[in-house]
Ligand binder design. Structure first.
Ligand code: PRP
Ligand code: ZN
Length: 292
């Protein structure tokens, strides 16, 4: 009985950012995975109604630590924080959102070269990643660690350059800075504690299966088109499909309807070629889940 009780009660604990750049997309991903949670206001913790998972809302910078310690089993955090904190974690999956980059920026009128950084003072909240970059480039500069509002450091004479996250670039622009070097491209990743028991591991596997289906669906489109039968070979030659395109006869003699799945990256190229090859009435629809 004890074992059974344990099974029923066991929940996977996931930590996500409580507010900020990853918050909305993290919740959306869980929702698209069919995990319904009510985030009633400022709660620290909530449970899903239909999946054995508990969601903890935490500061993004703290998430790697909580996952390493096992306070949370898994978490969603930016690669920038994960690699800066050098925690013993497994990175399970890149999630495709929260894209930004850790970059070096200097005053917009500065005549920058990497050598310019020698002997300079660089303000950052990412001393570990910055030091690794400086070592790789054999640059000797002084790192001035500050925890926030890094972008104002050059303006108030606290540093010559900064190393900070850049997303749209508007923070740099409003502070009269320009981005000169990217040291780490970053996006949200799913991280996991290294010592999960088998029950938790199998829940993580279930969740990952759903995440991958959602991700795959996002980067693919379902396409339907009409074509005269004599053009079918050319058109089918342009379409990959999951196995091969579906071809169905139309009510009008000599015409067919072709259905297929396209990767978003090749999308516009292939659409143009399809039109040239004689396709008509092309419809493109989003896919909700895709399991290959
Ligand atoms: C980062 C960074 C900049 C801003 C850049 O902070 O420190 O302030 O985002 O974004 P932009 O290029 O779109 O202007 P973040 O929002 O991650 O807050 P945090 O450092 O407190 O986590
Ligand atoms: Zn942060």
């Amino acid at each position: 009985m004890v074992g059974l009780f344990y099974l029923i009660d066991m929940k996977l604990k996931i930590a996500i950012q409580k507010s900020g750049r990853l918050y909305d997309d993290s919740l959306r991903l869980l929702k698209e995975c069919g995990i319904i949670i009510s985030n009633g206001g400022n709660k620290l913790k909530t449970e899903a109604a239909n999946f054995p998972i508990e969601v903890y809302f935490l500061r993004d910078d703290d998430i790697p630590q909580y996952v390493e310690d096992g306070v949370a089993d898994i978490g969603i955090a930016g690669e920038n924080v994960v690699y800066e904190k050098k925690k013993k974690l497994e990175v399970l999956e890149k999630l495709g959102f929260g894209k930004c980059r850790l970059s070096i920026a200097v005053g917009k009128n500065e005549n920058f070269s990497r050598q310019w950084l020698n002997g300079k003072k660089i303000a950052t909240s990412y001393p570990v990643l910055l030091q690794q970059y400086l070592d790789r480039q054999k640059i000797s500069a002084e790192i001035h660690e500050i925890s926030g509002s890094v972008e104002i450091a050059p303006g108030i004479g606290l540093a010559d350059a900064i190393c900070d996250l850049v997303s749209s670039g508007s923070t740099l622009l409003t502070n009269g800075l320009k981005e000169v070097e990217t040291i780490l491209p970053s996006q949200a990743v799913l991280i996991s504690n290294k010592n999960l028991d088998d029950d938790r591991r199998s829940l993580v596997k279930k969740l990952l299966f759903r995440i991958r289906a959602v991700q795959k669906a996002r980067s693919n489109k379902y396409i339907l088109l009409n074509a005269p039968n004599e053009k079918l070979d050319d058109i089918i030659g342009l379409l990959p499909g999951m196995k091969s395109p579906t071809v169905l006869p139309l009510a009008i003699k000599g015409w067919s309807s072709v259905h297929s799945v396209l990767e978003e990256d090749d999308f516009w190229d292939i659409i143009e070629q399809l039109k040239e090859a004689g396709a008509q009435g092309i419809l493109v629809v989003p896919i909700e889940k895709m399991i290959v």
